[in-house]
Design a binder for this molecule. Sequence first.
Ligand code: 2HA
Ligand code: ZN
Length: 285
Amino acid sequence: MKNILEAPFLQEFCRTASNMYRLGWDERNGGNISYLLKKEEVAEFLDLNHVVRVIPFAGVHNTSFDAAPLAGKIFLVTGTGKYFKNVERDPANNIGIVRIADNGKEVELLWGYEDGGRFTSEFPAHMMSHIARLSVDPENRVILHCHPTNLLAMTYVHELDEAKFSHTLWEMSTECIVVFPDGVGVLPWMLCGTDTIGMATAEKMKEFRTVIWSLHGVYGAGKNLDECFGLVETCEKAATIYNIIGSRPIKNTLTEDNMKELIDLFGISPRYDFFVEEKYRKLAK
Ligand code: 2HA
Ligand code: ZN
C-alpha cells in the first residue's frame, strides 16, 4: 500500500486549500471543499475494507438529508472547525476521506480526522450539490465553498437579481463570459449549515456552477480542483474590478456586441436570458 500523504489527489487538495487561504478566501475556519475521488485511485493508498469509524450526518446540526444517491462514493472533505491555513501542514487532522454508507445517513471514515474530528458542517449542502451537479454533469467532482472578499463585498452594494449580478460580472473582464457563460446563481442571506440552505444551493446548482451566498460567500462546482478554483478566482477577480471602480462614472465597458464576438469565437452558449438587448434575449432557449 502506498503512503496516502503522497497521493497526488491529496497533495493537490492541500495545495488548493493553501492557495485559497493565501488569497484571503478562507479566514479562520471559513470555507470547505469536497472532492469526489475515484475508487481505484483511493485503493492504491487505503484498504477500502478498513473503516476507522462511522460518523452520522446529524451532529452539530440536525439533518434529515438522505445521501443514498451517493452511497458507496468516496470523498475527500475538509473537517469542521478546521483552518485552511493548517491543511497542507497537517492533513491527517484537518481533512478526511469518507465513504457514504448504504443507508445514506452516515459516512464511513477511511482516513483522516485523526483528532476525533468530523466533516464540515456544510456537508449536507456539499452532498446535495454533488447530487445536483452529477445529474447535469456526470464529470463533476468538486464542490468548494469559501468567503472571497470582493464577491462578498459586492453582495452588500449590488442588486441580488441573478441576471443583473451575472451581467455585471461579465462586464468586468473579457474572460468572464467565456469562463462562466452560465452566469452565477444568487441566494439571499440564509442560515448556513442547515438542510434548507443545502437544498436551495443544490437547486441552483442544477443551473449554475457558481452560487453566491449573499453576505456570506460562494459555492463553486467543477470537474476538478483546478477548474473549480479557477471559476471562483475569475468571479472574484471580476468582483474586485467592480469594487475598484466603485461609484466612479463608467466611461467604457464590455458591450453585449463584444460579448457576442467572444461567444462566437469560443463557441459557447451563454444565458442569453440574462442579456438586455432584445436581439440577444431572443436567442435564449
Ligand atoms: O465551515 O464557511 O459556512 C465554515 C463555513 C461555514
Ligand atoms: Zn462559509
